[in-house]
Design a protein around this ligand. Sequence first.
Ligand code: ATP
Ligand code: MG
Length: 408
Amino acid sequence: MKYDGIILKFGELFLKGKNRYRFIDRCLLTVKNKLAAFPELKYHKDNDHINIFLNDIDHEPVLKQLDFVFGLHSYQLYSGCESEIESIKAMTLAVIKTIENDGKSIKILAKRSDKRFPLGSPQINQIVGNYIADNSCVPINLDKPDIKIKILVHTDRSYVVSREHPAAGGLPIGLNGKSLLMLSGGLDSPVAGYLMMKRGLQVEAVHFDSPPYTSPRARQKVLDIAEKLAHYMPNGRFVVYLVPFTSLQKEIFTHIPDSYGMTIMRRMMYRIAEGVARRINCQLLSNGESLGQVASQTPQSMYTINSVITMPTIRPVACMDKTEIIEVANRINTFDISIRPFEDCCTVFLPKSPATAPKIEKCTEYEKKFDWQPFIDSCITGVEKIVVEAGKPMLVDQDTSEEICALL
Ligand code: ATP
Ligand code: MG
């Protein structure tokens, strides 16, 4: 079926005053950015919706892009007509003729936004309903219809809506500040990044890279995940900061007792992430830690690790089951990338039995064993910034790192 346009309904519009207008403007800007490849489209914004006039463009590729816009609650695909009862009757019948043979029942639901229209909503329902019953064989079911045909009566035009979908939800990106995501190649952190973006945060990522101990294919995973996340950014770009982590990781491995290696490595990661976050004006860190998942994610471990920084850390998947995380990962197309079998840290650095209840005092004592601050500083100043664009996957050079790793 060919539609004349799409009405986008906003999500959490309980916002009042200035914020409400910022919300609407931000949604419109994002929608226009995402649909920049379709210059034929025209837009109209209102208090509770955006109207996109398709101007003969196919709606399917447009809907695909709209799935990446947060802040929208639903889309309604419509056929337009004059705001006059005869035109409304004719258009509704034309729409119904396209589904007449599908065997689905319908219900007419009119909504009169322009109160100057001479008929009330119940009257429109009755008049149009009778007309449809007389001129088509589509069954009308007022209790449990298969399809609701909505008639939206506005001042200049009316819209007959025959298809409605839930949209991405959340808040438009850019209203809520910026977060630096700790992005590994695993399943959890991409989902955490998506959930942060869904709450309206601009997200950039930091990845701790330890060549030659880390495989270039592990770095490839991170960039491929970044490409998937880039689709949700209003400008279609996702920034990744690669941290040269090798020297510091070697120092930790050399000086710190095995059972505390993981805890201290993560304390260093947090320090570096906070340092990078401050440089790029982020107010929050975020990561894919999930309570109880591994040794570093017990409450005591989180307490000991998190105590080295002051910036708040949001853990969007902290209370989600793995199955729930996987469900989201599938939806955002990161699952297949995350399960590629390349670890992001060469196993040589992983302790055999990490402490599950590490103490802050012990960490402080062990951290006196080497002068780590210069390493932290050079990790922060040495970050490599990579900008990944949606639809343009980046290829990492494949070198011999894996062979080197295998020799260790
Ligand atoms: P994920 O949790 O994303 O599935 P993972 O299971 O390999 O990856 P964990 O050991 O669970 O990672 O680490 C918890 C969190 O720490 C990750 O979700 C991620 O936010 C962060 N993290 C781990 N390794 C790295 C890394 N190399 N670079 C950046 N962040 C990392
Ligand atoms: Mg994990």
